[in-house]
Design a protein around this ligand. Structure first.
Ligand code: ZN
Ligand code: ZN
Length: 414
């Protein structure tokens, strides 16, 4: 009989014995299963320290859990998970056990180790009136216990918030933009700041959040980005803000929005701040929403209203856009097929028009107007047979519900 052979091979503690028949007494603690198995084969009890498999490991686990509870003392968290780095010796004995005493009811020892740590941690928390649940997917707090080194290493998951930002002034990039001359080291061009623009949306939004949640840094992920010189109006652009190593995970988000907006001094505003899940970062980054733009356009000669109307009709529909000259040095040189859903506007002087254009995600508006040296076709400049350029651009809306239209396509050049 299995338990008899196993107990005869050497001293083995109740927990280790129980793990070899784990799938039989499902729902019972390993220790209880082991005690039952031992009773069945009439083997004498084994002091845990004498166990040849674990060497009394399970007796000491609560000290690791206590240490983890100490580390968690000033952290706010609702969920946790333990991981364990097993001693090489224990891995080796596990292999011997599997080879010499194969059991289809056995469960690896490390599973009982992490389970015991979790239970002991919950008990340690309860002593200070706290509770938390195990979460296997994305726990707020993760501990790695290194049994050889006797160390407990905490890892605090970042806090994620979604919202929408409005950018009310021009000349602000979404994220910090290093100086073009020195690459960020600091030079005469940038006055030693190492930056091309004095401030970014990220730098206006994220630091107050980091401070409010007691974090150690953070970043902003936008659902796309507008040009530095374009404002972002309407309901704003969706984003996820990530706060690293937060000590707090709850707060009054409306009050926090107001504080961010007050500090940003009218340059940037955040709205609809909410707690977010892990997959929202990927979702926001992958979002391919249609946008509505307002463009102030200057022409090289006077244009009549009817002429403009005809030209706008001409650029509505499918356009082909080669990667713009202005970004070709840092982006793949492709021809993209994009959809202009709507283009309307009127002349405000004989040489300037104001346009409202709704386009598919990824549509380059400035190039749709100028033609970009033939890189975008059709274009407003081509349709009018003159030079045209955007002098001011605003994003009026980032549309959540993308209407079904021709799928975007790109093809590699060269
Ligand atoms: Zn043992
Ligand atoms: Zn510089």
């Amino acid at each position: 009989m299995y338990a008899e052979e196993l107990t005869a091979a050497g001293p083995i503690c109740d927990v280790c014995l129980g793990q070899r028949v784990a799938k039989i007494g499902h729902g019972l603690a390993a220790e209880v299963r082991g005690r039952l198995a031992r009773a069945v084969c009439l083997a004498s009890a084994c002091a845990p320290e004498r166990c040849w498999v674990c060497g009394g490991l399970f007796v000491h686990l609560s000290s690791y859990a206590d240490r983890a509870a100490e580390l968690a003392e000033d952290l706010e968290f609702a969920t946790f998970l333990f991981g364990v780095r097993m001693p090489a010796r224990l891995e080796a004995t596990q292999e011997i056990l599997d080879a010499r005493f194969p059991s289809r009811w056995a469960e690896p020892v490390h599973r009982e180790v992490t389970r015991s740590l979790g239970r002991a941690f919950e008990r340690a928390l309860a002593r200070t009136g706290r509770t938390a649940d195990v979460d296997f997917r994305r726990p707020d707090l993760r501990f790695t216990v290194d049994l050889d080194a006797g160390a407990v290493e905490p890892y605090v998951a970042s806090l994620l918030l979604t919202g929408r930002y409005r950018k009310l002034v021009r000349g602000i990039p979404q994220t910090r933009w290093p100086c073009r001359s020195c690459g960020g080291a600091g030079c005469g061009q940038c006055g030693g700041t190492g930056r091309q623009y004095p401030v970014s949306v990220e730098e206006l939004v994220v630091p107050p959040l980091v401070e409010a949640f007691g974090g150690e840094g953070g970043r902003l992920h936008g659902a796309g980005r507008e040009d530095v010189d374009a404002r972002m109006l309407g309901r704003g652009r969706p984003f996820v803000a990530e706060v690293d190593t937060p000590h707090r995970r709850s707060g009054d988000l409306d009050a926090l929005s107001r504080a961010v907006n007050a500090q940003a001094g009218g340059k940037v505003e955040v709205h609809e701040l909410r707690y977010a899940s892990a997959d929202s970062v990927e979702r926001i980054k992958a979002a391919r929403a249609d946008k509505r733009y307002r463009a102030r356009v200057a022409f090289s000669r006077a244009v009549a209203d009817e002429e403009l109307t005809d030209a706008l009709r001409c650029v509505t529909g499918v356009v082909e856009q080669r990667t713009p000259l202005r970004v070709r040095h840092r982006r793949a040189d492709l021809i993209r097929r994009r959809y202009v859903r709507q283009a309307t506007g009127n002349m405000v002087t004989s040489l300037e028009a104001e346009l409202v254009i709704t386009g598919q995600a990824g549509l380059y508006i400035k190039e749709l107007i100028s033609g970009d040296g033939g890189g975008t076709r059709p274009s407003l400049a081509e349709a009018l047979g003159i030079k045209a350029r955007v002098v001011e651009l605003d994003v009026l809306d980032v549309l959540d519900e993308t209407p079904s239209g021709p799928a975007s396509e790109s093809r590699q050049l060269g």
